[in-house]
Write a protein of this length. Structure first.
Length: 108
């Protein structure tokens, strides 16, 4: 019987907010699907993400905006703590926490 995904580490676990700072996030763990993982970063859903290293590593770029719906423009993800989880056909992992810090030079 296949097990659901488990996140053991986020690398890095924090990074600057702001669209000018794309940040590569590596999610390490077990039970990730070869293809078609769904990664949740706070309110943002990233569908169809492949894994590497035998289902133990997923690499994504941290979303900096919440996608728009209809005529509403995208909203930035503000500094704060966001839950990161991975969903496969076998379930959803417990969340790990990723922290967006204020942009350098923002004075926040």
């Amino acid at each position: 019987m296949a097990r659901g995904p488990v996140i053991t580490r986020l690398e890095p676990a924090r990074g600057p907010a702001g669209v000018a700072y794309p940040l590569r996030l590596t999610i390490e763990g077990t039970g990730f699907a070869p293809e078609s993982n769904t990664v949740h970063v706070g309110p943002v859903v990233l569908p169809d993400v492949p894994s590497a290293d035998g289902g133990t590593r997923i690499v994504v770029f941290v979303p900096k905006e919440i996608p728009s719906t209809g005529e509403v423009p995208p909203a930035p993800l503000l500094p704060g703590r966001y839950e990161v989880s991975v969903t496969t056909a076998h379930g959803t992992s417990a969340p790990a926490i990723f922290t967006l810090t204020p942009e350098p030079g923002s004075g926040a």
